[in-house]
Design a protein around this ligand. Structure first.
Ligand SMILES: [Zn+2]
Length: 239
C-alpha cells in the first residue's frame, strides 16, 4: 500500500516539481494532444515569456511537438498547438529525457574545429552583428541534422553557431521546407553564390575561405598580438 505512485495524480500546481515537469503536466492535463493554447495561459504555470519559451524548447528533445503559427498557418501569432505529447518527463525515469548534456570536452573540440566562429554566418564570439549596432555575438552549439530524441551529443553531430543563427535554424527546421521551396531559394541566388553553394554541396559542408580561416586564427590571439599584426599587415599592404 502506498508503494505504487500514479503519475496521473501529479498536479501542475505543485510548486515542488521542476518547471519543465509542471509545464509538461499542464500541457497534458489542461491542453491535451491536438489542443490549442496561448503562451499567456502558460504564465499560470511559469512566470516570464522567455522562461515559457525555454521550457517548451526543453520538451522538444523529449519528443514533444509544439507548433507555432510559423509552421501551422491556421494559428494566430500568439497561439500554440500541442501536436504530440512526448516522453512522460514527470516520471523520474524519464525526467532527464532529452537533457543529455554535451560535455565540456566535446564543446571545446567543436569550437576548435570550427575556428571559434559561427559556421552559418561566420561571426566570431563577441563580435558585433553588422545590422545590430551594440550587439555581441555569443557562440553556442547546433545540431548538424535536427536532433532526434536522446542522441546527438558527439562532436560529429554538432557545429558552432552563434545564438542568432541557432534560433533562426530552429525556426527553419520547424518550417520543414519542401524541396520545391528550397529549389526556389537556390535558383534565386546570384551566379557566384550558386557556384559557392555547389562547392559546399560537393564536400557536404560549408568550408571556410583562406581569409576566413586566418581571420579565425587571428581572432583567437590576445588583443595586444592582434594590434601588432593589424599594424604589420596594414604596413605590408601599403608597401
Ligand atoms: Zn551566425
Amino acid at each position: 500500500m502506498g508503494e505504487h505512485v500514479s503519475y496521473d495524480e501529479l498536479d501542475w500546481r505543485d510548486e515542488s516539481l521542476g518547471a519543465r515537469v509542471r509545464v509538461a503536466l499542464w500541457l497534458r492535463d489542461e491542453v491535451g494532444e491536438g489542443g490549442i493554447f496561448h503562451k499567456q495561459e502558460m504564465r499560470a504555470v511559469i512566470k516570464g515569456t522567455e522562461q515559457v519559451d525555454r521550457r517548451m524548447r526543453d520538451l522538444r528533445p523529449a519528443g514533444w511537438l509544439i507548433r507555432t503559427y510559423r509552421d501551422k498557418p491556421s494559428l494566430q501569432p500568439d497561439q500554440l498547438y500541442l501536436e504530440k505529447i512526448g516522453q512522460p518527463v514527470w516520471d523520474p525515469e524519464h525526467r532527464a529525457a532529452g537533457l543529455r548534456q554535451i560535455s565540456a570536452k566535446v564543446r571545446r573540440a567543436v569550437y576548435e574545429k570550427d575556428g571559434h566562429m559561427c559556421r552559418r554566418c561566420g561571426i566570431a564570439a563577441g563580435e558585433e552583428y553588422a545590422d545590430e549596432p551594440g550587439s555581441r555575438a555569443r557562440l553556442t552549439l547546433g545540431h548538424v541534422t535536427p536532433r532526434k530524441h536522446g542522441g546527438g551529443v558527439e562532436a560529429a553531430d554538432l557545429i558552432t553557431e552563434c545564438a542568432r543563427c541557432n534560433e533562426m535554424v530552429r525556426h527553419l527546421t520547424g518550417v520543414q521546407m519542401n524541396a520545391e521551396q528550397v529549389w526556389d531559394r537556390m535558383t534565386a541566388l546570384s551566379g557566384p553564390n550558386m557556384k559557392l553553394l555547389m562547392d559546399w554541396i560537393a564536400v557536404d559542408r560549408r568550408h571556410l575561405g583562406k581569409a576566413e580561416e586566418v581571420w579565425a586564427l587571428y581572432r583567437q590571439l590576445p588583443a595586444e598580438a592582434r594590434g601588432k599584426l593589424a599594424g604589420d599587415l596594414e604596413h605590408l599592404l601599403k608597401s
